[in-house]
Design a protein around this ligand. Sequence first.
Ligand code: KG4
Ligand code: ZN
Length: 341
Amino acid sequence: MRVLGIESSCDETAASIVDDGKVILSNIVSSQSALHAPYGGVIPELACRRHVEVIIPVINQALSVANTKLSDIDLIAAAKGPGLIGALLIGLNAAKALSFAMDIPFIGINHLEAHLYAAMMDHLDHIPFPALGLILSGGHTALVHIDNLGSYRVIGITVDDAIGEAFDKVASMLNLPYPGGRYIEELAKTGDPYKYSFSAGKCKRNPLNFSYSGLKTNVLYAVKGQNSHKNSPLIIDESEKQHIAASFQRAAFSDILNKTLTALDQHMYRSIILGGGVCCNQNLNAMFTEAITTLPIFWPKPNLSCDNAAMIAGLAYHKFRDSKKADSFDLKVMPRIPALI
Ligand code: KG4
Ligand code: ZN
């Protein structure tokens, strides 16, 4: 089954052709990072306008790289949520329009489930379940109990900022480019991770929940002074930034690792599956690999970590094959999906 996947939930317009859930024939991503960089974050209205401009060229490029025609496509899938409402609408409506015009079945896909699927794609036949899932992206942070592909229970979420968002905001405080996760990683390589005693927040109601707003404020006060705000000038030297980056990264990832270890203590998980843009971070990979030696850890490949449409097309194959059902054109975008549905 040949699937066209479309992704437009935030600031990437992406299209991909995937055969049978795992053979990626093309994976085109048009990133809007440069457009939003001057603002230090995604401006929804600008994101929507750019999606409208590039969605058809991106789909055409995905078809052409895959050397395939729209009439060869068996299923069209698009991210239905969570994400920015206007941005999601553009991808979902493009998928519905193509589906209607070409009489090809259409299906909406949960973007977060697709992030987890990215790591499962090549290994589905030999992933031991139940697995502990970790979604670490710019918009979400979650621990997920996975009984099988399609069967999930969220056991921990962030109560404020997402992990990637915290990286981006700290990067912005240090005057690094947006999105700043990879610049923090780079800067942290030469820094002392214990120079500053930063730590992530604790969540009394659910110890598996995450909180990064206090950590962000810790960093703000260290770099701009007590009671400063985000536009205050830096009070640290340039040479200090590496230590701030390393100490922040250590605090953020120790928190994720500790919560992962707590979840592993609570249940007999047989593997770990990670997804989302923050999984590109090699320091995170090294910390997990060193601390967890008794379970297989499945990471998404670098080109499948950040937002992409191959994960949408790949997952759609399984959803459609298992349910034998297309979605109706009444399907609405779901900017905030409470669970992994
Ligand atoms: O999954 P993704 O593309 O988008 C969402 O669904 O939100 O993740 C983007 C996030 C951004 O916050 C970005 O700074 C972060 O992933 N990121 C990283 C790294 N590469 C990307 N964070 C830390 N270290 C990295 N190397
Ligand atoms: Zn994402």
